[in-house]
Design a protein around this ligand. Structure first.
Ligand SMILES: Nc1ncnc2c1ncn2[C@@H]1O[C@H](COP(=O)(O)OP(=O)(O)OP(=O)(O)O)[C@@H](O)[C@H]1O
Ligand SMILES: [Mg+2]
Length: 313
């Protein structure tokens, strides 16, 4: 026992709470928690601990095993049945909103047919480097790392990339050097194809956010997207109604050319939470076109709800 006390005292200044020791005769077994250190840092710490432990009288052999708690990184998939409903706009703003709430966020643009995040996030034409065979997310001016299909697949070749190649590319975006990011927001392609299947089967999102516009047709499509996740056991965080009502660029007043409350009612009927309405707002569009995704007010409420869902999940 006393030897354990001596060893602990010797290691404390070097390893803090990281070392868990066991002594068996003249052998010390040490489990070293290297969470948050890179490989070189972990090895340096191990060497220092080994030296200190070996210097403790009566200890002849020192065995050290490194362990690390893997960052529990959760994937939030942003999906819709139909194209053009605002998934990419919502994904970018949700990522910014979650970051503003203190999360460490990465953004994945899985839309092989129309990758738009490099433009939205102001890093058009960027190409990721790789370290240890894994892609390094491209830093954006907003402080969020980005990996996009558009960085891997030349636009004119996207069609030929269906199937296994597209699925492989998705995996490269997800299994990447995301560092300490705790949340990956994934902008999904529209519909229910190979990318979606790989996403739900192989990379199991923590939850899915469904985007729809107020028109009935796209709600039917939204239902198709919801079914895909439900069948795979991925919880639906809720439905966002985008381009809901019109924000007057002059006075800011909201009007409802397509009627109001359709998506909220539909969410109720589908048994999923309603996450909020984003108005059709020229400012959202011009900010997006300028590569200037700026966390607009209406998105904040949505981000708060998604954040609350993540906390409770
Ligand atoms: N709330 C909004 N107000 C104004 N413009 C918007 C809004 N949401 C999206 N847009 C604009 O609508 C267009 C389509 O949006 P976006 O690219 O986000 O849709 P998408 O669902 O990702 O489309 P795709 O299926 O092609 O990937 C973009 O030009 C975007 O700037
Ligand atoms: Mg898109």
């Amino acid at each position: 026992m006393t030897q354990e006390v001596t060893l602990n005292a010797a290691l404390e200044p070097i390893a803090g709470q990281r070392a868990t020791i066991r002594i068996d005769g003249d052998r010390a077994s040490i489990i070293l928690d290297v969470t948050g250190l890179d490989a070189a840092g972990g090895d340096a710490l191990e060497a220092a601990v080994r030296a200190a432990a070996s210097a403790v009288p009566g200890i002849a052999t020192v065995r050290i095993a490194q362990t690390a708690q893997r960052t529990t990184r959760r994937i939030i998939a942003v999906a819709s049945g139909k194209g053009g409903v605002g998934k990419s706009t919502v994904s970018a703003n949700l990522a910014l909103g979650l970051q503003a709430l203190g999360r460490k966020v990465g953004l994945v643009d899985a839309d092989i047919y129309g990758p738009s995040q490099p433009k939205l996030m102001g890093v058009e034409g960027s190409r990721p480097q790789a370290t240890d065979k894994l892609l390094d997310p491209v830093p954006t001016p907003h402080g969020i790392g980005l990996l996009s299909m558009g960085q891997l697949v030349p636009a004119d070749q996207a069609i030929a990339w269906r199937g296994p190649m597209a699925a492989g590319a998705l995996t490269q975006l997800i299994v990447a050097n995301w560092g300490d990011a705790d949340t990956l927001v994934v902008d999904m392609p529209p519909g229910t194809g190979d990318i979606q299947l790989t996403m739900v089967q192989k990379h199991k999102p923590a939850g899915a956010v469904i985007v729809s516009t107020p028109q009935d047709l796209s709600l039917i499509d939204a239902k198709r997207a919801i079914d895909l996740f439900r069948k795979a056991g991925v919880p639906i965080i809720g439905l966002i109604e985008n381009m809901a009502g019109y924000a007057c660029p002059h006075c800011g007043e909201l009007s409802d050319p397509f009627g109001k409350g359709g998506a909220e009612t539909a969410a109720g009927e589908l048994g999923i939470p309603f996450l909020g309405r984003i108005p059709l707002d020229i400012a959202i569009r011009t900010a997006s076109d300028a590569g200037n995704a700026a966390e607009a007010g209406a998105f904040r409420e949505v981000a708060v709800r998604v954040d609350a869902w993540m906390r409770a999940a």
